[in-house]
Ligand binder design. Sequence first.
Ligand SMILES: *Cc1c(COP(=O)(O)O)cnc(C)c1O
Length: 456
Amino acid sequence: MSDPIKYLLDESKLPKAWYNLAADLPSPPPPVLHPGTMKPVGPDDLAPLFPMSLIMQEVSTEREIEIPEPVREVYRQWRPTPLFRARRLEKALETPARIYYKYEGVSPAGSHKPNTAVAQAFYNKEAGIRKIATETGAGQWGSSLAFAGALFGIEVLVFMVRVSYDQKPYRRAFMETFGARCIASPSNETHYGRQVLAATPDSNGSLGIAISEAVEIAATRDDTKYALGSVLNHVLLHQTVIGQEAIAQLEMADDYPDIVVGCTGGGSNFAGIAFPFIGAKLRHGRNVQVLAIEPAACPSLTRGKYAYDFGDTGHMTPLTKMHTLGSTFMPPGFHAGGLRYHGMAPMVSHARELGLIDARAYTQRACFDAGVQFARAEGIVPAPEANHAVRGAIDEAIRCREEGVSRAILFNLCGHGHFDMQAYTDYFAGRLIDQTYDENELAMALAGLPTVPAGV
Ligand SMILES: *Cc1c(COP(=O)(O)O)cnc(C)c1O
């Protein structure tokens, strides 16, 4: 028999529980603070925004949290996702490395995001919520929540960052197909949106602004909650089905990764693949190097400050300690819209502080070079965000070649790029430029970080 290129798990092997890294960390992450009192927030403070079941997951230290059967039933439509051995890419690179990738692009929305969207829609439905407000940057999160909302009979209202709204009409049509309402942010529908429009009528919008608008809607209406597609503990938790499945699939391949690679925007797909491996390292001493790849134009892990900051531009969210570029930081435009966020998930940031994660930043052309090389070998066109993980994995494979050692490299191919072909068009036309952020603007955004009393 020829060497396998694909490891498929039986539906019965779909994980029964999500894995919570908080249970195994040597120290807990710093508390979330109320921006007014500077005291740790309690579950009740978050109740206007999220159903209590999700808030309890947010603060949980239980290692395993059972996946409700109705959620598993939806997962089964595309999960377990395939794990591929990239044999043709290995050949193209002439590397002795064993490269594996977990492919999350097989989901209905084409990325990992439905893993949490479905869970969040389920818990909101269970709590009697009729409507969810959210934001979307590149459109993947809005698409995923729209899909999940349709399945559970929940109305979805999406504030889409103005520039993406104009550039990606197909994303909006996708959301509307599932019955969601998609509006450009800043909008006239919220107090904050009107304020931004009054000051800057032709604002391009930003993820931070769109979050503020969605939070405002949820905070002021009883039947409406808010949902976030990344960053929060419960979102990272829901993504851990990825890494758990990968562990089982690598067992089928009789292998274990030396290196696990993921791209980081808010940190959720990275945590999804990496946290179960970090857990195995903490509990069983199974050594693994974990590598986060971020865009050089928005480098929160490698250039940000580990400090308390707001999650949004309008300063309506609680303060979390994370690697941040400052909530007013406006990253330059680049094609991996899903990675344009000023902060990093507090749990990923904490793991980095504990030395459990390495991070590297790459410019976008180098990432598209890697994505195109990958597509030509493996036949899958990665999302621009995923190209960062591909770049990281290829560079590690090249290092194996240069050092003459065979290592197992696992990366998360977190989505396909079928909605992002304009980015590829620009790449082939030589129109992609490697912008870096403005150092002065970064310094100013960091100078504006909230002051938190010593000792917290
Ligand atoms: C949203 C998105 C990201 C970035 O979000 P994370 O929370 O860091 O995973 C990355 N890749 C794809 C395909 C996305 O849709």
